[in-house]
Design a protein around this ligand. Structure first.
Ligand code: HEC
Length: 119
């Protein structure tokens, strides 16, 4: 009987140790994932959007003026994850569609990234 109790205790201890290891392994990956997505957003923006919208979002580039791209810092636009995702995916007027060029994850990352221009 005492052996059963002690082996149960041992199991519980082992279980807690395993849980701590699992958490330690899981959490940094989660935070790393968020940081990765943010870095991804800035790269996606620099490569695909900055030619027109500018690195500062103001659309004061040659292509930005030519295409009359929206100033992402101004009152013309306010962030809306659903609307922006559709716009970037499908395009609108002179704004190109990126649905074939970018993955859903890249579109989602860049849609989050451009929110910074409104701050
Ligand atoms: C060829 C130039 C060009 C490129 C490249 C471009 N855009 Fe645009 N963007 C535009 C133009 C032009 C508009 C205005 C579209 C309209 O309303 O007719 C616009 C509008 C927008 C808007 C505002 C939409 C609204 O609600 O009024 C957002 C947000 C936006 N672009 C994000 C992006 C992102 C993110 C990228 C890169 C993935 C990108 N754009 C790449 C030209 C561009």
């Amino acid at each position: 009987m005492t052996t059963t109790v002690s082996s149960i205790k041992k199991l519980i201890t082992l279980g807690s140790v395993a849980a701590v290891f699992a958490l330690a392994a899981f959490y940094p990956r989660q935070f790393g994932g968020v940081a990765e997505a943010q870095r991804g957003g800035s790269t996606v923006y620099a490569r695909n959007c900055a030619t027109c919208h500018g690195t500062d979002g103001r659309a004061q580039t040659r292509k930005g003026r030519e295409s009359d791209a929206v100033d992402l810092t101004g009152s013309e636009w306010s962030p809306d994850t659903g609307r922006d995702t559709r716009l970037v995916t499908r395009g609108k007027g002179s704004m190109p569609a990126f649905g074939r060029k970018l993955s859903n994850a890249q579109i989602s990352a860049v849609v989050q990234y451009i929110r910074r221009f409104k701050r």
